[in-house]
Design a protein around this ligand. Structure first.
Ligand SMILES: Cc1ncc(COP(=O)(O)O)c(C=O)c1O
Length: 476
């Protein structure tokens, strides 16, 4: 039984909220009346809570206005409570820990310039059009907010996605598409549909750290297959692996604008890869997150295009190309569709409908293609400006990829540099970069960094790149 008086328990509750930042300096504490209602306590208890908080120095009473949080020099330590069970950290060791350390350090820092993002700057997205479409959709149909959508998503959007895929010679049946919470959910679903914990899954090396995190969270074993910035996955290495003793249940590949390499697999390689996987019963999971950002007149083919045996699961996303805030992606899982639909239903049900309608409304007009063409051109200019500046400011011996689209540059520093040390030094001056170490479970990329070019070039960006150059030169 808790013997701490009720008013002190409540005061501790508010102290914890202040300590964790849920209640911030300058914010108003709930009024005495609201406190009585919310916590079902008497007037005298609520008043005592406020007194206790005042005594701790965290509350300031302002006449006729209320009680406001103020920052004391030091917050008193909370009264001891029964200790919570420790987390089983063994589930999180490995790349998760490495990535989490990087992400947490970034969250704690005050970021002035962010080169770690793969997104475009918000002003490059058609946000006003999407806002208008949302308002229009809601005006015509308020029931959108009152009814749950279907598990697979809005059928108009699924038809549109299937029709657009035809341009890259990809046949996706609309009734076998499931709208997801980004490519992240699509890939999670694909993996859950075809693997069990303990199975082995191959990935390109280096690869997007988010994929490594997903694999680890599903207790899958990871094999990394070398990939180059020119043609992507090394097929000879893959062939050797598939002929080896360890069955490889699935392979995740980003064939067009690989993250972080920016590579594009030639058609012949795509065809050979699909055939190889089919021959070895390895399910091929295609991550086409960046396909629409490829800077060519004609859309490039997908792996799904070369698939003759329904062995490719296609995953894609609108989060880099259209609206990161809407978190829309999709999966076309072919013969695994029913299982994916069941998993989606049990995991999160159908995605929220309003965003799906707003993007459909835009995507079915010619403005969408025009917008994408404009975005690709803008990114081409931004990439060129950034790589010129990197060549100018970074130490001799640095090399930079020249991807044919997208927002990412993969930068190799002279071997003596540590990307982790570089990351931490840059963070100290408010500049965020992605250290190469998080793109692999090996240490092969410890002198690489990924630099995002999603924002229009500006004096602020130029200055930040100069600063990065100075940090590197100071490191030796
Ligand atoms: C290659 C790749 N796949 C998947 C994702 C995750 O996509 P989403 O934001 O749509 O979940 C990203 C995000 O950066 C990515 O680069």
């Amino acid at each position: 039984m808790n013997t701490t008086p009720l008013y002190r328990q409540l005061a501790n509750h508010y102290l914890d909220a202040i300590r964790s930042g849920t209640l911030k300096t300058g914010e108003r504490l709930p009024s005495i009346r609201l406190m009585m209602e919310k916590h079902a306590v008497s007037l005298s208890t609520a008043v005592q809570v406020c007194r206790e908080l005042e005594d701790c120095g965290v509350l300031e009473a302002r006449p006729r206005s209320g009680n406001y949080i103020r920052q004391p020099d030091t917050l008193p330590r909370p009264a001891p409570v029964a200790s919570a069970p420790a987390l089983d950290t063994s589930a999180y060791v490995g790349i998760h820990q490495q990535v989490s350390t990087v992400l947490k350090a970034s969250q704690r820092a005050t970021i002035k310039v962010n080169f770690a993002s793969a997104y475009c700057a918000p002003e490059l997205y058609p946000l006003k059009t999407l806002q208008d479409n949302m308002i229009k959709s809601l005006r015509y149909d308020t029931s959108l907010l009152g009814a749950a959508g279907s598990t697979c998503g809005n059928s108009a959007l699924r038809h549109l996605l299937a029709r657009r895929a035809l341009a890259s010679k990809t046949h996706l049946a609309p009734e076998r598409i499931v709208i997801t919470n980004g490519a992240t959910e699509a890939i999670n679903l694909a993996l859950r549909a075809v693997t069990r914990p303990g199975d082995t899954v191959a990935v390109e090396s280096p690869t997007f750290y988010g994929l490594l995190q997903i694999l680890e969270s599903l207790s899958l074993r990871v094999l990394e297959v070398p990939a180059s910035a020119h043609t992507g996955l090394n097929l000879s290495a893959l062939e050797g692996l598939l002929q080896g003793p360890e069955p490889v249940k699935a392979l995740i590949v980003i064939p067009n604008l690989q993250n972080p390499l920016g590579s594009i697999m030639p058609d012949a390689n795509k065809a050979r890869l699909v055939k190889l996987c089919a021959e070895h019963n390895t399910v091929l999971i295609e991550d086409d997150t960046y396909g629409d950002l490829v800077d060519t007149e004609q859309p490039l083919s997908t792996l799904k295009h070369w698939d003759r045996t329904d062995n490719v699961i296609y995953c894609a996303s609108l989060n880099k190309t259209l609206a990161p805030g809407m978190r829309l992606g999709w999966i076309s899982a072919g013969k695994w569709h029913d299982r994916v639909e069941m998993l989606k239903h049990t995991q999160s049900r159908g995605c929220e409908l309003l965003s799906q309608l707003a993007v459909s409304e835009f995507m079915r007009t010619p403005s969408y293609e025009r917008y994408l063409r404009r975005l690709r051109k803008t990114l081409t200019v931004q990439r060129a400006q950034m790589s010129t500046a990197i060549a100018r400011y970074f130490p001799i011996g640095t090399s930079v990829t020249h991807p044919q689209g997208g927002t990412l540059l993969w930068v190799e520093l002279p071997r003596r540099h540590s990307s982790m040390a570089f990351f931490h030094e840059a963070l100290k001056v408010g500049i965020q970069i992605s250290p190469g170490d998080i793109f692999s479970n090996t240490e092969r990329f410890d002198h690489f960094v990924r630099i995002g070019c999603g924002a229009p070039y500006s004096p602020r960006i130029d200055e930040a790149l100069q600063t990065l150059g100075r940090i590197l030169k100071a490191q030796g």
